[in-house]
Ligand binder design. Structure first.
Ligand code: VG1
Ligand code: CO
Length: 543
């Protein structure tokens, strides 16, 4: 088999965002586009000879074609071993687990996560390093630099492989192993108390549903929740990964996971429901008629971690992304452990986890995880909650209300304005940035501003600096407003407005978050001119 050197066009639009490179499928289908990015990864981590690489994706449209391209290129670059998920499937947390367990030098994960799929939808590619975690800022920058200078890529002339059977192939000097995508991951979940959870799920009283949204988590959830824990067949719905996610949008929030939300709120509501996203790293969790905010979820996990076998020794520390509410900080304080505030994106947790500074971490965007892998992990979060419910013998809403009674409640909401005009969005942020120094002391919608800044982060482990990570405005009522532009969208700009406020008056714990945060929401518009710049009277998605 001969290695071919193919000269391709150069691409200047391959700067990774919050989580890898995401673009419309048609952009990835341009000749040489995918190849350019993959070659840039290989050039960055060269030499490839003797190394193991993990490859898999969320099963969306173009996943299979892309994997064939990557296998050929990886063999041409001389990797000694490729581990490819059967059917091209690997959830993001499972890929992280396999990279670590199989001592790979890293992995290529094909996913645009919660972005819509199909021929007109989005595709994505990200590189995870040998710790199993997303490429750090430094590594991403290096890959980007390489994308600008790749003038040829290496490949082999060979036909497509059958990825649907678990088998071994030899491709030039490379051994290609088509592996069970679920096995290693399912084994890792032994950090939970399966006996108590199985008792909960098979007693017949507790009824739950897991909505895989026709994305990657179906096979994982079926194996663990139905086969290993014994939940009735049918507990996992939309469990077959489809190229177009069944026409749905695999973003587990109250808007897109409406099928699940209905099951938790109807006449005969279930006790527990959860959904995951395209690549299986997010989780949305509901109790009976009760929505669990992801910020609260992280805090409650931290407060109760010692009840879970895998975390019985306690926590080294916790971390949350900056826009996530400060509920977890209150728990950390009481546990006398450090709470870190990082920029948005899982890549900022990797060093802290590797250095043993934190055990749990999370983001408001339905992401929670721990040091068991180096990615956020949707199904892990669901199992964590099932384990808690099983050992506490309390319904989810009671666990949450008891937590508020103990720590107070951090009301939180995020308003997304999607696909707005990029120039206007950038202008809005720039204008606000200019006024930051003048804001303290001013009053908006009856709320006084105490401080305002543009979040910058000094990485405690490698000392790297990340600037302009989101505008933070703190109010005298304990409220906070954060504004930033999304780094995962592919159409125009997406403005994210995060609002949170601490409440310690128990008589006010039962409010609807949009009501509790109404003055802040009004102040946000007055301060930033959201309606004026976006031309929208209300957000597209509220979480
Ligand atoms: C969003 C979320 C962020 C998350 C990222 C990747 O990024 O806000 O918290 O880490 O998606 O999640 P942005 O830049 O659009 O706000 V996933 O599930 O797409 O890998
Ligand atoms: Co995801």
């Amino acid at each position: 088999m001969r290695v071919k050197y193919i000269s391709g066009p150069t691409f200047e639009d391959q700067k990774p965002g919050t989580s890898g490179l995401r673009k419309k499928v048609v952009e990835f289908q341009q000749p040489g586009h995918l190849e350019n990015f993959v070659q840039a990864i290989f050039n960055t981590i060269a030499p490839c000879a003797g190394k193991t690489l993990v490859i898999g994706g969320d099963g969306r449209f173009y996943n299979r074609q892309a994997i064939q391209v990557i296998i050929r290129m990886a063999a041409a670059s001389g990797f000694s071993r490729l581990l490819v998920g059967q059917g091209g499937i690997l959830s993001t947390p499972a890929a992280s687990c396999i990279i670590r367990k199989q001592r790979a030098c890293g992995g290529i994960i094909l996913s645009a996560s919660h972005n819509p799929g199909g021929p007109d939808g989005d595709f994505g590619i990200k590189f995870n390093a040998e710790n199993g975690g997303p490429a750090t800022e430094k590594l991403s920058d290096e890959i980007y630099r390489q994308t600008l200078s790749v003038d040829q890529y290496l490949t082999l002339e060979t036909k497509d492989m059958d990825l649907d059977q678990q088998q071994l192939y030899q491709l030039a000097d490379t051994r290609v192993e088509v592996i069970d995508p679920v096995a290693d991951y399912a084994e890792l979940m032994a950090l939970f108390d399966f006996d108590s959870m199985a008792a909960l799920l098979t007693r017949g009283k507790f009824r739950m549903c897991f909505d895989a949204m026709h994305a990657v988590t179906g096979p994982y959830a079926r194996e663990i929740i139905e086969n290993r824990l014994g939940a009735p067949e049918g507990t996992v719905i939309n469990g077959v990964p489809l190229e177009d996610f069944g026409g749905g949008h695999p973003d587990p929030n109250q808007v897109h996971a409406h099928e699940l939300v209905a099951l938790l709120n109807g006449d005969d509501p279930l006790d527990f429901g959860a959904a995951s996203d395209g690549d299986g790293d997010r989780n949305m969790i509901h109790g009976k008629g009760f929505y669990l905010n992801p910020c609260d979820s992280l805090a409650i996990m931290a407060a109760n971690a010692s009840l879970i076998p895998g975390y019985a020794r306690g926590l080294a520390g916790v971390a949350r992304s900056m826009p996530t509410s400060r509920a977890a900080d209150r728990v950390a304080k009481r546990l006398q452990i450090t709470s870190y505030e990082t920029p948005t994106g899982w890549k900022f947790f990797g060093n802290l986890l590797d250095a043993g500074k934190i055990t749990l971490c999370g983001e408001e965007s339905f992401g929670t995880g721990s040091d068991h892998v180096r990615e956020k992990d949707g199904l892990w979060a669901v199992l964590f909650w099932l384990n808690l419910i099983a050992v506490k013998q309390q319904p989810l809403c009671e666990i949450v209300r008891n937590h508020w009674a103990e720590y107070g409640r951090d009301y939180f909401t995020r308003h997304d304005y999607e696909a707005v005009d990029s120039a206007s969005a950038l202008q809005m942020i720039a204008a606000l940035r200019k006024r930051l120094a003048d804001l303290p002391g001013q009053e908006f919608a009856g709320l006084g501003i105490e401080s305002a800044d543009d979040f910058r982060y000094s990485e405690p482990v490698d000392g790297s600096e990340s600037t302009a990570q989101g505008i933070r405005i703190y109010f005298d009522n304990g409220g906070r407003l954060v504004l930033r532009l999304s780094g995962t969208g592919t159409r125009g700009a997406t403005l994210r407005v995060y609002l949170d406020r601490y409440q310690n008056d128990p008589t006010l714990f039962g409010q609807e978050p949009q009501k509790a945060l109404a003055p802040l929401i009004e102040a946000a518009d007055q301060i930033a001119g959201i309606q004026k710049y976006t031309g929208r009277s209300k957000p597209d998605v509220i979480t």
